[in-house]
Write a protein that binds this ligand. Sequence first.
Ligand code: PHE
Length: 336
Amino acid sequence: MFDNIDQLLTEVSSFTSKGKEDTEQFRLRFNGKKGILNDLFEKFKEVPNEQKKEYGQRINTLKQAVAAKLEELKSATEITGAQEKEDLTRPGFPLETGTRHPINIVRNRINEIFRSIGFAVAEGPEIEDDWHNFSALNMPEYHPARDMQDTFFIEQNPDVLLRTHTSSVQIRYMENNEPPIRILAPGRVFRNEAVSARSHCIFHQVEGLYIDENVSFADLKQTIQYFTTELFGKSKIRMRPSYFPFTEPSAEVDVYWGLNSETDYRITKGTGWLEIMGCGMVDPSVLQNVNIDPEKYSGYAFGMGIERIVMLLYQIGDIRMFFENDKRMLEQFKSI
Ligand code: PHE
C-alpha cells in the first residue's frame, strides 16, 4: 500500500505539463472529486490502526506534493499564458492618420504658388498695435476707412487690438528689411462681425507685397493672373477700380469662373465672375512711413480671404464649418 503511495509521489514530482489541457488532466487525476487523493482518504478507514499514523503522513505528503506541483504549473502557465495572449503574427491595428485642415491645404497651396515665383513667407503677431494695423497703412485715427473694418480692441485700450488684416505684417517687414521685398503674409485675422454662413469674426488671409525699383501695375496683373491660373486653372481675370487707403490705384480682382453648371450660376449670381481679392500699388505715403524712398521704389500689394477660396474649391456652403472641428467634415480631406 505504501509502495503505491511512493510510486504516486514520484509520478507527481516528475510530472511535466504539455499545456493547459495536460495540467487540467493532472489536477483531475489527483485532486478531482473522484481523484486519487480523495480515494486514498476514503481508504483511511480501512487502514489497520497501527498503520493509520504512517498512512496519514504519507497521504498528506502526497497531497502537499500535488498542491506544490499544481502551484508550480500554474505560475508557469501564467508566464507562458501571457505570451499566448499576444499573438505576434496578428496584423497591427491600423494607425489613424490625421488630416490637414482644408484651410491649411489651400493656404499651403497658395504659399507654394507664390514661392515658385520668389515670394517668401513672413509672419507677425495677431495682437497688434494701432501703428501697424492702421496708422502706418495710411489710416490715421479719424480716417473714415477705419469704419470698413470693425475692430476688436483689447481692454478699452485702442492701441492694443486684434489685427484686422495681415497688412500689418507687411509694415513690420518693410520696417526691418530693405527692398527688394517679395513676401507673402498668411495668417489669422479678426473682425467684429456677426457670425453667419457667409462671414465669421475669425478668418484667414493671405496678403502679398512686392517692393522694388520700377514695379508697375502690369507686374501686379501678371502675377495675379499667374496665381489664378495655377490655383483655379482659370486665367481670365478682370480688375475693377476700388479703394484701399494703403494702395493707389486700387482694384478688386474678379476671376471668370464660367457658367457651365447650375453651381456656377449660383455662386457667380449668374454673371460668371467671382471676386477673389483686393490689390493695388502701395501708396507712396505708406513707403514713407517705413522709411522706403518712394522716389526710388514702388510696389504692389494684394490680399485675399482664404475661407472664401476654400468654400469655392470644395463647395462648402457654410463658413462656420471650418471652426467647428467636426471630424466627419475634416476627415473628408484625408486624400487631398
Ligand atoms: N488689407 C485688405 C483687406 O483686408 C486687402 C488688401 C491688401 C487690399 C493689399 C489691397 C492691397 O481687405
